[in-house]
Each structure stands twice: as structure tokens, then as C-alpha cells.
Design a protein around this ligand. Structure first.
Ligand code: ATP
Length: 309
């Protein structure tokens, strides 16, 4: 459905080096209007450099970017009218109050969103006179989202917005991101968290060492991974794991504390059940589940994991 809409963001052949270091190496992607587009990858993959180039904060060595037709490297003034940005660890002055920050940001835009209802909607209405340094992590993130939205952007960039939040605050922020999208704003979300990407994003680019390793819907990435289906069962019988591992489509079979797990392609579960029958084993507590992004991610990125689940 997204394909029919105007692209919100086009990145074509972006390359960015810092001295000898190639941070981004020929990244191309299209973000469709109205989607939540995730950029997922390990530390140092080039995620922030990519979104900072989209936000006009860095200029690529090569390539071309357009945000609703605007070149962010040459037309920052026009860009600020369509793009809002909440960047990683964006820290405000510790003593500034919520209201002061909202008023200050409003002054940057010709037609800002009225800040009071925005603050209310983001759960900041009762914290207006609180200083930034006295807000909880979740409240600070809400404020940074409010500041990114105040100029009525068509596209918003959110970089690691739930890092360090407790599970409840994380889920609240996820709901906010969905609300933002439901209001018609295109969201580009940078994250380390596979759970976050899987839960929120319509499509995800998995980036590693400056390149896109895969770009698809969460379901598409999972199906392409080595563990699209995970079959588990309990048994006290001896299981021939080697013959399970040799079956077509099976990528892993292992056993721990009486529970056997078989990972593999879509459709492998039925063949596993049949193989068990041939072995004379009747599985107890048989469960068949769709895989998660984990295996797709691990298949596609070489970098040691520094990800959160
Ligand atoms: N200003 C800079 N000067 C030199 N090297 C830089 C600079 N900014 C980033 N890099 C390097 O470029 C690479 C990509 O960095 P970037 O911040 O884009 O990665 P990232 O995927 O956002 O990582 P993280 O998840 O850790 O934020 C890293 O190796 C980083 O060390």
C-alpha cells in the first residue's frame, strides 16, 4: 500500500567517511509517506550518520538525499519546515523547564503546533514547571519527542529514543510513536533493539559496517532468516538430534533439560513431527512458534552483538 504514495525520503548512494573511516558506504533506501521505517544495527554500523545526513546535520561525501523533494544539504531552511528531529542523547540545558523549552522551540517555526495541547497529549501537562534535570528518563524522552513535533513536521527522525527506559516507559513511548504515525507523520526510527523494531516498524533496514544488509518488513526478514519457525517439545526419550539436523530446512536442533528445540524454515515443524514419529517418540508440550528478528539479525550482521532485547 505504501508503494503508491509519494516517497517521503529518498537516500541514493550515500557515502560518508571520517578521515580513513568509512562510516556509511553506498546506502540507498526509500521511506514511504506514513510508514514507521526502522534502521537497526550494531554499534558503529552507520545508523546515526545516515539519519544525521537525512536531517542535514552532516553532508555526505557522495550521494543524494531528498526529503519531500528538499535537498537537506543545501536547503536547511526548507528542510526544517518538513522534518523534525530527536537525536541520540539530545540534552537540553539542565535548568530549562518543560514550558520554557516548548516556548523556545515554538519560536523557531512560523506556524508551530500549540505547545500546551501537545504537552498534554504527551503526558507532560503536569510537568510544565519542572526542570529538565528533574524529569525522569521517560519524561525527558517525551519532551524531546514534543520538541521534534512542534514544527508540524511531515517526517520525524527518532534516534534511540527508548535507550535506558524501563519496560513500562518504553511501551508508553512506543504508543506515542504509533500515535505520531497515525496522525500522518512519517517516522524514521533508529534502534539497537530488535524487539522495538519488530513491534513498531512497517519496514526495517538492517545496517552493518556502513551497508544495508537487508531491507524488508519484519515478517519478511524473519522468513528469510535461518529460524523462521521454532519448534519445541519436551521428551524423556533419547532423541537423534543428528538426524533432525540433517533434515531439509532445519538449521539447528539442540536439547537442554528435557526440552528439544528445532529451528528452521517455514513448514519444517510438520516434517519434524513426522521424523519423531519414525523415531518412536511422542513429543510432550509441543509448541510451534514463528521466529523472531534475532536470527535474521545475527545472520546478517558480523559485528559482535551489542544489542538489547
Ligand atoms: N565525528 C566522527 N569522527 C570520526 N568518526 C566518527 C564520527 N562519527 C561517527 N564516527 C564513526 O563512524 C562509524 C559510524 O558511526 P555512527 O555513529 O553512524 O554509528 P551508529 O550505527 O549510529 O552507532 P551507535 O549505535 O553506536 O550509535 C563509527 O565507527 C564511528 O566511530
Amino acid at each position: 500500500m505504501h508503494q503508491e504514495r509519494e516517497p517521503a525520503v529518498v537516500v541514493d548512494g550515500l557515502r560518508k567517511t571520517y578521515g580513513e573511516k568509512v562510516a556509511v558506504d553506498e546506502i540507498s533506501l526509500i521511506v514511504h509517506e506514513g510508514e514507521i521505517f526502522g534502521i537497526l544495527g550494531p554499534n558503529g554500523a552507520g545508523k546515526s550518520t545516515t539519519v544525521e545526513a537525512i536531517a542535514g546535520l552532516r553532508v555526505g561525501d557522495r550521494g543524494r538525499i531528498r526529503v519531500h523533494g528538499i535537498d537537506p544539504w543545501t536547503d536547511r531552511a526548507a528542510l526544517t519546515e518538513v522534518l523534525g528531529v530527536q537525536l541520540q542523547e539530545a540534552k537540553l540545558q539542565p535548568k530549562i523547564t518543560v514550558q520554557e523549552a516548548l516556548e523556545l522551540w515554538s519560536a523557531f517555526y512560523p506556524d508551530p503546533e500549540p505547545w500546551a495541547p501537545l504537552a498534554e497529549r504527551l503526558g507532560l501537562g503536569t510537568h510544565l514547571s519542572q526542570r529538565f534535570e528533574d524529569l525522569s528518563g521517560g519524561q525527558q524522552q517525551r519532551l524531546s519527542i514534543a520538541l521534534a513535533l512542534i514544527g508540524r513536521p511531515r517526517v520525524v527522525v527518532l534516534d534511540e529514543l527508548t535507550t535506558g527506559l524501563d519496560p513500562r516507559a518504553r511501551r508508553e513511548v512506543w504508543d506515542l510513536v504509533r500515535d505520531v504515525r497515525d496522525r500522518g507523520v512519517t517516522v524514521i526510527l533508529v534502534t539497537h533493539s530488535m524487539e522495538e523494531a519488530q513491534t513498531l516498524c512497517d519496514r526495517i533496514a538492517i545496517v552493518d559496517a556502513g551497508r544495508i544488509r537487508a531491507l524488508d518488513t519484519p515478517a519478511g526478514l524473519i522468513d528469510a532468516g535461518t529460524a523462521a519457525t521454532i519448534t519445541t517439545f519436551d521428551t524423556s526419550a533419547a532423541i537423534d538430534l543428528v538426524s533432525l539436523r540433517e533434515m531439509d530446512g532445519v538449521t539447528a536442533a539442540y536439547s537442554a533439560n528435557g526440552t528439544v528445540t528445532v529451528e528452521g524454515a517455514e513448514g519444517v515443524a510438520l516434517a519434524v513431527i513426522e521424523a519423531l514419529r519414525m523415531q518412536g517418540v511422542s513429543p510432550q508440550r509441543l509448541r510451534v512458534a514463528a521466529g523472531s528478528l534475532d536470527s535474521a539479525y545475527l545472520d546478517l550482521t558480523d559485528t559482535p552483538q551489542e544489542i538489547t532485547r
